[in-house]
Design a protein around this ligand. Sequence first.
Ligand SMILES: Cc1ncc(COP(=O)(O)O)c(C=O)c1O
Length: 393
Amino acid sequence: MSVQQPINDSHRRTLDPIATPERLLLGPGPSNAHPTVLQAMARMPIGHLDPLYVELMGEVQELLRYTWQTDNRLTIPMSGTGSAAMEATLANTIEPGDKVLVAIKGYFGLRLADMAGRYRADVVTIERPWGQAFSLEEIEQALETHRPAIFAIVHAETSTGICQPMDGIGDLCRKYDCLLLLDTVTSLGAVPLYLDDWKVDLAYSCSQKGLSCPPGLGPFSMGPRAEAKMMGRSGKVPNWYLDVTLLNQYWGSDRVYHHTAPVNMNFGMREALRLLAEEGLEASWNRHRSNAEYLWAGLEGLGLDMHAPEHLRLPTLTTVRIPEGVNGKAFTQHLLNEHGIEVGGGLGALAGKVWRVGLMGYNSQRANVDRLLNLIETELPAFRGSAPVAAAV
Ligand SMILES: Cc1ncc(COP(=O)(O)O)c(C=O)c1O
């Protein structure tokens, strides 16, 4: 028998119970979760192979298919955040040496290229400045030149507030015989999105934006062409946790244990998707659009400039140029500390140049827009002249 040792008592171990303040999350995500989603998540867990849970899994899959407008059999919520689902699309389909063409027009295109390289793809890229979208001609030219196995692009670029027009891209990918992989993290549930009509072969999203759920699940969908590529691999999927051939034994008809599903996250996902279906997909899209237009008009009325051209603007995420002379970070810190409102700063090429205002899922409400516009009107003037002019350029 081993002798009991004196325990190491040098780490802090007395804390008060958690008490997070009220926050209104109007940044790039997470967004506030719907109250009944939180109630669903607070239920006692049940077993991840309990017949009741197995039934819930099927319900979540059907609701996800509705939300994405797809009949894809392999539609599941990955355990993990949007990046896990992003990685799953790549890990399952890339074989070493496959050419992957990534369209980069912001931060998340860069992440896709980085991940594809880690699975030993031959990564080639096309780029647009942060705040623009790709034209069909540019995409066709790149497909013709590179003849990739996979073309990856972000639908809703959270770093720039740009929504990529999708008309014709799926047909081009069929013409050049490559898979179309689409990032829908900031569009699912909130922006018109039709996976099957757009001929998207692989897609992923997150729980914490348009779906009004906390972060923790990454919806994933794989169409028949991508499935055929995965099944034709010469070796195993090089990521055990995200291997869809294994995961499908749990999510498909066999219900074989793979990993212990985060059951309470899936309770929340079921409730979030149920609420969305109750509202109706088109009603949700329209709500996001009209609240975003209301925000844009209000901001412009206060003399602020939008970064994204109106025809490409995302309803879920607005990039607003920080006015010259304003210390953008000081103002967002003020909003958070004094008013409990989170607004995001710029990422990468837009760092220090824009604020990012999110109106996603439960938070896409006119009252939230009014609250923010009021604060900008009354409290931003005090921040004018808070930054040297050069820093604002
Ligand atoms: C467009 C886009 N793709 C991918 C991700 C990664 O998702 P997550 O942070 O949930 O891992 C994000 C996160 O905000 C995103 O906005």
